[in-house]
Design a binder for this molecule. Structure first.
Ligand SMILES: [Fe+2]
Ligand SMILES: [Fe+2]
Length: 305
């Protein structure tokens, strides 16, 4: 591998790595969106439209789902999508800080630096877009609990390299699969379809970047570092997946929280959806040597494997 020019000044970063960033920058220049003008924020929300495709509701296929009225289902899916969007904002804030820290004093002439900053700008627009969508749906903020919020604070302040990009990739991959369905859902609110379309296009570049960064940072890593990264990323996945949908959404739909949470936990359909949305991610983690015994156990527990 040649380590020339700009790349040579950073150990481990090659000209081939920079080429990936260059291609991503070209793509960003031709295909990026401004949600402020791209989405019709004034259009009224049709009563019967769901917040997300019913199959993506945490309760879909359970006995409780069968007992719910159509109105409750619409309310539940709108609160679920907003809960996922606010988790998205929370995670995008973590991500922006980690990427910014990672690029501290790196060469502004490198494509890696410029793409990293482009990604931060994308995430900034995404968070504003999700915030507006939740406001439009009239759903208040769902926050992670205190312990998880503090864990996020610690992670964003300390995670570096493959651990930082691993967490980023997990969040982006899981959301990607769901949003590909949301953007096509005929009975899904237009505001959700539109925001998902924008997110899917722009995040596909972020995922390529994260995979490249993980490969690069792990290139010369020994087995101990790889194992530590594998466990750390899986722990991040556990936090992301378990805080995606806040239990408060069940109360908002007039349901008993305890019963709803118990039915979600026992739902075979939910598990299958989680496994489907993780398939691509698991294939990459396997290729990168990040599916160790410890991390596999965690992914099984949260039904990503
Ligand atoms: Fe995003
Ligand atoms: Fe992203």
């Amino acid at each position: 591998m040649t380590r020339t020019g700009t790349a040579a000044r950073f150990p481990g970063h090659t000209a081939a790595d920079d080429d990936v960033s260059k291609r991503l920058l070209d793509s960003a220049a031709t295909l990026s969106y401004d949600p402020a003008t791209e989405i019709d924020w004034e259009a009224p929300l049709p009563d019967g439209h769901y917040g997300l495709n019913p199959e993506w509701s945490t309760l879909y296929g359970t006995r409780l789902w069968g007992e719910m009225s159509e109105e409750q289902r619409v309310t539940l899916t709108r609160h679920e999508v907003c809960s996922i969007m606010t988790t998205g904002i929370w995670f995008e804030m973590i991500l922006q800080q980690m990427v910014l820290r990672d690029q501290y004093l790196k060469d502004p002439g490198s494509a890696e630096f410029r793409f990293a900053l482009t990604e931060i700008a994308d995430e900034c627009r995404h968070s504003i877009m999700f915030a507006r969508a939740c406001e439009k749906m009239g759903v208040p903020q769902y926050k992670p609990n205190r312990l998880i919020a503090q864990a996020g604070r610690l992670y964003k302040a300390t995670a570096r390299g493959e651990l930082a990009y691993g967490g980023i990739l997990v969040a982006e991959e899981v959301l990607d699969v769901m949003q590909r369905d949301w953007m096509r859902g005929e009975n899904v609110l237009e505001i959700v379809r539109g925001t998902s379309r924008i997110h899917v296009v722009e995040e596909s570049r972020h995922m390529k970047f994260a995979r490249q960064e993980i490969r690069e940072r792990l290139r010369d890593a020994g087995p101990a570092r790889r194992r530590a990264a594998a466990t750390g990323i899986a722990a991040g996945a556990f936090v992301i997946v378990s805080s995606m949908v806040h239990p408060g959404v069940y109360r908002a739909a007039g349901l008993d929280i305890e019963r709803a949470v118990a039915e979600v936990r026992g739902s075979e359909h939910r598990r299958a959806m989680m496994r489907t949305s993780s398939r691509h991610l698991m294939a990459f983690l396997a290729e990168a040597g990040l599916l160790t015994r410890a991390s596999t156990a965690i992914y099984r527990r949260i039904h990503m494997l």
